[in-house]
Write a protein that binds this ligand. Structure first.
Ligand code: SF4
Ligand code: SF4
Length: 387
């Protein structure tokens, strides 16, 4: 058991907006790293990642896999944010001298922190981020070690000096494609999110270097994206363990850029997710592996791969991963069924406002969501039949 802490260390200022475990998570224990070293998981990981099994059913044919694999190509070929830090589009250390040269030829841009925050957010949106926020970096949210899947190395991890802020960005995953979960079409929505976020993180980091400051772009490497995104005002943690944003629900992928650029952080902005999750439970009902709890938040997760020590809903990552293996494909069922997942529009935006302001109506909203059969999987062959 770990006690959650909410203070920054002496390099930060003020309090982190919610408790954070009192230790740093070792990325080696993350599920997608364990699939390379944990004898219990590795045979399953090898099966999922080293084999493609085309099947004679919609969503699992060669055509469907081709789309899924194309969507990932920027991440797998140029980004590598799922493999290690400081590589490909997420590189930063070998570019540091460019910042130095800029500083020698005029010095970094000097603006008040609020002006910098405005500028960076404007640039991030222009460069492809669908949501952007800024937070202070709690040191316990940086992995203690990273596990490098390219060189199979396990090494300690620290951010460069002065990088106490994170610009956290979300890119939307396609609503229609996600509705095909758990097949390749939905997998393509995930892959495209990863490919897009690698480009966005790279471009935003390059912009910050152009202002004369350090910039460390990061995908799933280096630090835990969800609590950083929460602290940056992007959303709340849902029962299914994902970030739930107000605009897109959990239908997003996350990246971030750490920097020493002076910035004014945003705050944590809850909008009713916790109260809604208490009555909804649609993700738990529709999880094929029973990885999502129906119960109350707890201080400890069931697995080595949980970042335990604060009161929250923990999923069982082993159960989730083993379903992916069985399915020969990743899964987005919990994203698909989440009532926050809806596209923009007057009706859905009004419901979001009601959830934020009138939690007493959460239960009827879930009931209506079920009645209207939102979140049901769509017929698989429709994807290729529609223009
Ligand atoms: S991805 Fe699928 S298996 Fe994993 S927790 Fe979500 S619904 Fe369950
Ligand atoms: S499906 Fe319901 S319970 Fe699950 S995260 Fe979304 S709102 Fe919360």
């Amino acid at each position: 058991m770990h006690d959650g802490i909410s203070e920054y260390d002496d390099k930060g200022h003020g309090e982190f907006p919610f408790p954070v475990p009192s230790y740093r998570f070792d990325q080696k224990n993350e599920m997608f790293k364990r699939r390379t070293w944990d004898p219990e998981i590795k045979p399953h990981g090898d099966r999922l990642y080293n084999t493609i099994k085309y099947q004679d059913k919609y969503g699992y044919r060669k055509l469907d896999y081709a789309l899924r694999n194309a969507s990932w190509n920027i991440e797998y070929g140029f980004g590598f944010g799922n493999m290690r830090s400081d590589i490909g589009l997420y590189s930063w250390s070998h570019i540091a001298d460019k910042v130095k040269r800029f500083v020698e030829t005029g010095g970094p841009v000097q603006n008040p922190a609020r002006t910098n925050s405005h500028i960076v957010k404007k640039a991030a949106r222009f460069l492809g981020a669908d949501l952007v926020g800024i937070c202070k970096v709690h040191p316990n949210l940086i992995y203690s070690h990273e596990y490098d899947l390219i060189n199979m190395e396990h090494r300690p991890l620290e951010l460069p000096d002065g990088c106490y802020h994170a610009i956290v960005m979300a890119v939307e995953m396609d609503y229609t494609a996600t509705r095909y979960s758990p097949d390749s079409i939905s997998g393509a929505a995930t892959g495209l999110g990863y490919s897009r976020q690698a480009i966005v993180a790279n471009l935003v980091a390059t912009f910050i270097r152009g202002l004369g400051y350090k910039a460390v772009p990061s995908g799933n490497d280096t630090a835990l994206s969800i609590p950083l995104a929460m602290a940056a005002g992007l959303g709340e943690l849902g029962r299914m363990g994902l970030l739930v944003t107000e605009k897109y629900g959990p239908r997003v992928r996350l990246c971030k850029v750490f920097t020493d650029l002076p910035l004014a952080p945003d705050g944590f902005r809850p909008f009713g997710v916790k109260a809604f999750c208490e009555v909804c439970k649609k993700c738990a009902k529709n999880c094929p592996s029973r990885a999502i709890t129906y119960g109350d938040p707890t201080m400890e997760g069931p697995s080595l791969s949980n970042f335990s020590g604060v009161l929250k809903w923990y999923i069982n990552p082993e159960k989730c991963f083993l379903f992916w293996v069985k399915n020969w494909m990743d899964c987005n069922n919990c994203v698909r069924v989440c009532p926050f997942n809806k596209p923009q529009g007057k009706l859905h935006d009004s419901v979001r406002t009601i959830i934020r302001k009138m939690p007493l109506l959460d239960r009827p909203i879930v009931w209506i969501d079920d009645l209207l059969r939102y979140g049901r999987p769509v017929r698989r062959k429709n994807f290729w039949e529609t223009p």
